[in-house]
Design a protein around this ligand. Structure first.
Ligand SMILES: [Zn+2]
Length: 392
């Protein structure tokens, strides 16, 4: 006997993200649409008038529906709060990578229950905002035990966990950088690799240089982890070049790019993941999304949710900022926040609504996806479904 099927109807506007469906645009738009879900996956998608019958039905009363957001870059495994630092920054103090140390101290001091409760709170917030897939990183423990426990907590909530022992050099190693790199590449990676899919390095001024970055990525790759990178956030640097060179799935921030960086991204499968919440929250210039799009680079949008430089879980907020401040069209921004994020995680089963994909839906209290940017700051996500099950 086959599994029970559910048909979602009353979808005024459906964004499938599949150009082979609907209006033929990159959005794959279908009006008056229906989706049939079986076993947590999309079984059929198309105009409601042609929908096959199903065992159960959900009427969405004319809503717009988009694929659940794929937040391919977050730092949820922390404790503490940096509201005072934000207030100081908004009063004129610049952002530097060094602020991470205060979150490291708070995270080390937190017990496991506190750490897990904080992540669960943020993940619930993500679900209410329409996010159905997210990546998250260690990087606020910076000891073997603290990095490993952060990833163990992360693994409870997502398969997309990233080892970021090379986030900054912790204070106790300030005069012994080489010893810290040895620790990261040796015992720390040994302890963390079983709980991680990805290895990441903050390759930027005040963090890690090119040689250190290559050393850590190579050690992670040697243990089966896939590389991704923070690069070119605080200034020009080698991040993009290294990411493309090692075949990273994504290089994230991309705020300060040379012509060579843009050309390298355009000629590679490495995704340029833009994190406008960080520029917003540090009052910094935004990345030049149009330059990347014109060149033909793959672009994703993610929140970079972290307590220092971008304390938002809202993908809708990032879409609105990308449209208003980075001149992405509403369609480009939505695709970057769904299929783009999926590509940045090397996933083809999320971020798109086509037969076989996960039935991950964000149901909007709006007639069109355009309202995500047109109505900034408004909580438009009315329902969130992941794998055919309502999660918010
Ligand atoms: Zn980050």
């Amino acid at each position: 006997m086959s599994a029970a099927t559910t048909v979602f109807t009353g979808i005024g506007e459906l964004v499938t993200g599949d150009p082979a469906t609907g209006d033929g645009s990159p959005l794959g738009l279908v009006r008056d649409a229906a989706i049939v879900v079986e076993d947590g996956r999309v079984a059929w998608v198309g105009p409601a008038r042609s929908a096959p019958s199903a065992d159960a039905g959900v009427d969405l009363a004319g809503s717009a529906v988009v694929p659940g957001f794929v937040d391919s870059h977050s730092h949820l495994l922390f404790a503490g709060d940096r509201g005072a630092e934000f207030a100081a920054r908004m009063s004129g103090r610049p952002y530097t990578a060094g602020g991470i140390a205060s979150t490291v101290a708070a995270t080390r001091a937190a017990d496991d229950v506190t750490l897990e409760a904080n992540v669960r709170r943020l993940v619930a917030e993500m679900a209410r905002g329409g996010t159905t897939t997210f990546e998250t990183k260690s990087g606020y423990g910076l000891t073997v035990a603290d990095e490993a426990r952060a990833l163990a907590v992360g693994r409870l909530l997502t398969t997309e966990t990233t080892f970021l022992g090379a986030h900054v050099v912790p204070p106790e190693f300030a005069e012994r950088r080489d010893a810290y790199i040895d620790l990261v590449c040796g015992p720390m990676l040994q302890a963390c690799a079983p709980q991680a899919r990805w290895v990441d390095v903050f390759c930027d001024r005040g963090a890690f240089d090119e040689d250190e970055t290559r050393t850590v990525l190579a050690a992670g790759s040697g243990l089966g982890l896939l590389p991704r990178l923070h690069g070119n956030q605080l200034g020009p640097g080698p991040g993009v070049r290294v990411a493309v060179d090692v075949g990273a799935a994504s290089v994230d921030h991309c705020t300060h790019l040379s012509d060579d960086d843009v050309a390298a991204l355009a000629g590679s499968p490495t995704v340029a993941t833009l994190l406008p919440g960080a520029e917003f929250s540090t009052r910094a210039p935004y990345p030049d999304a149009r330059r990347l799009l014109y060149a033909g680079a793959h672009v994703a949008l993610a929140t970079d949710c972290n307590p220092g430089s971008s304390y938002t879980t809202s993908m809708a907020f990032c879409i609105a900022v990308a449209v208003r401040e980075m001149r992405m069209t509403p369609a480009e921004a939505l695709l970057a926040a769904t299929a783009g994020g999926a590509r940045a995680l090397r996933r083809d089963d999320v971020g798109v609504l086509r037969p076989g994909a996960e039935a991950d839906l964000a149901v909007l209290d709006a007639p069109s996806y355009v309202h995500l940017a047109y109505r900034p700051g408004v909580p438009l996500v009315r329902q969130t479904w992941r794998a055919g099950r309502r999660i918010a």
